[in-house]
Design a protein around this ligand. Structure first.
Ligand code: 5GP
Ligand code: ZN
Length: 114
């Protein structure tokens, strides 16, 4: 999608600090990190968000979570843990309408969110 920031990152016209890429996924550091570790894992396929997922996307999202876990461990969160977050629409605080999983770690995070 032309007007989607994350699609433009996938195609390379907007730069990112890439952590991982394969045929299906891209992972990159968040522009405004909220923790010492804060990266995003996105499918290359443009899916606007959680509410637009179809049941057929379940295997893709399973692989996305598996990749998020693997990368979190590589970035030092295996023992101390991390938070894996998918914000959805206005109430969920979603600002980029291309589904993405935040991975935050490297410090203790508060709960519940404000
Ligand atoms: P959301 O609020 O939709 O859950 O998260 C969007 C995230 O994308 C935010 O944490 C924001 O900092 C990040 N972000 C927005 N634009 C860019 C960008 O151009 N590059 C990178 N690396 N992150 C971005
Ligand atoms: Zn997109």
């Amino acid at each position: 999608m032309d007007d989607c920031i994350f699609c433009r990152i996938v195609e390379g016209s907007i730069p990112c600090r890439k952590i991982y890429e394969d045929g299906e996924f891209l992972a990159f550091h968040d522009l405004k990190p909220q923790a010492p570790v804060h990266f995003l894992v996105i499918p290359k396929k443009h899916i606007p968000g959680m509410m637009e997922l179809e049941s057929a996307d379940a295997p893709l999202m399973g692989r996305l979570l598996d990749k998020a876990r693997e990368l979190a461990a590589e970035l030092g969160c295996a023992e101390t843990g991390a938070r894996f977050v998918i914000n959805c629409k206005a109430d969920g605080g979603q600002t980029v309408n291309h589904i993405h999983c935040h991975v935050l770690g490297g410090r203790s995070l508060g709960w519940p969110p404000g």
